[in-house]
Design a protein around this ligand. Structure first.
Ligand SMILES: Nc1ncnc2c1ncn2[C@@H]1O[C@H](COP(=O)(O)OP(=O)(O)OP(=O)(O)O)[C@@H](O)[C@H]1O
Length: 308
């Protein structure tokens, strides 16, 4: 398979500071790939190298089959880039700014720009320096998406967007993927992009902690389970045998004798838990949605894994 983005042993040092340490990443075509990591993990540095804003200390990079260093303007036009530290201070209107970028991209139909600004509810007649942080971010998003490039590289794209606009943005990203575009986007929290990302790489101190599909993360995540059961404390003996169920706690209910309130943490399939419960008189049960943020934090603390 030829990847849209491929890096091998990518390393970037700033003096003695190692920003990236042997990063090997493969972003498949037509997918949404998330780079997740806390502040300083190396997300922006990785993206800047892909755009040839920065050169690596060592290692190799290929973007759309070309080295960013050699790709020049031809490669740059195929990438829609939203920088993390978007600085829009000029005394120009949104219209003028987008026209300028549209020219650089080889022209963009006016209707395509309007379709985006309408959906994001962005007023292009205002001077960009007076726009709020969120509206500047919307302008940056339109600038990156409007020419429908084969690759989108979006650094913290949801930053500053209110929840409603965040949803619209995620829809736009999904539509781009469905149209065959490849999307690389970064965030310091998984919850902002887990709805759209097909695969995520977790960066920690310049290294890849894990690469995983979001569905694999979901399967490995722990969910809290709560049940109200009628029966003797022998229930507990049964539950301790359930595969994947840990941290079991119980307390007697306020109801008539023999009601137990049970809680625990369940990893993996809920099937063994449900089958174990079915042997008792179940008064109530709930299995919460997995908390992916916790799963990711666990991975940050843990060692290296690679799952595809
Ligand atoms: N131009 C630079 N000069 C010196 N150090 C730098 C430079 N750019 C980045 N770094 C360092 O490299 C490391 C990675 O930074 P980077 O901006 O890539 O992280 P990030 O994951 O994007 O973080 P954030 O979420 O805060 O944007 C940090 O330790 C940072 O201080």
């Amino acid at each position: 398979m030829s990847y849209t983005i491929e890096t091998a042993d990518l390393t970037k040092r700033f003096g003695s500071r190692v920003a990236l340490n042997n990063i090997s990443l493969q972003v498949p075509p037509g997918k949404i790939f998330g780079l997740i990591g806390p502040n300083g993990a190396g997300k922006t540095t990785t993206m800047r190298i892909l755009l040839d804003i920065m050169r690596p200390t060592s290692g190799t990079v290929s973007v759309l089959g070309t080295s960013p260093h050699r790709g020049g303007v031809g490669l740059r036009r195929k990438i829609g880039y939203l920088p993390g530290e978007l600085s829009l201070e000029g005394r120009v209107t949104g219209h003028a700014l987008l026209s300028h970028y549209a020219d650089l991209s080889g022209g963009v139909p006016r209707a395509d720009i309007t379709a985006l600004t309408d959906r994001l509810d962005l007023d292009l007649s205002r001077q960009v320096h007076g726009l709020s942080k969120g509206n500047k971010q919307k302008l940056g998003i339109v600038q990156a998406l409007m020419h429908r490039p084969p690759l989108l590289v979006l650094d913290e794209p949801t930053s500053g967007l209110d929840p409603l606009v965040q949803q619209t943005f995620l829809e736009l990203v999904r539509e781009a993927r469905d149209a065959g575009q490849t999307v690389l986007l970064s965030s310091h929290v998984l919850s902002e992009i887990e709805q759209v990302a097909d695969e995520v790489a977790l960066l920690r101190r310049g290294e890849i902690a894990t690469v995983s599909t979001v569905s694999a993360l979901r399967e490995s995540a722990t969910r809290r389970v709560v049940a109200k059961l009628r029966g003797s404390t022998s229930i507990l003996d049964t539950l301790t045998q359930v595969q994947g169920l840990t941290a079991i706690e119980h307390q007697p209910g306020e109801e008539a004798d023999g009601v137990l309130h049970i809680s625990g943490a369940l990893e993996g399939s809920p099937d063994p838990f449900i089958k174990a419960l079915a042997r008792f008189d179940v008064l109530d049960v709930s299995i919460e949605a997995p908390n992916l943020e916790d799963a990711v934090l666990g991975l940050y603390e843990g060692g290296q894994t690679h799952e595809r």
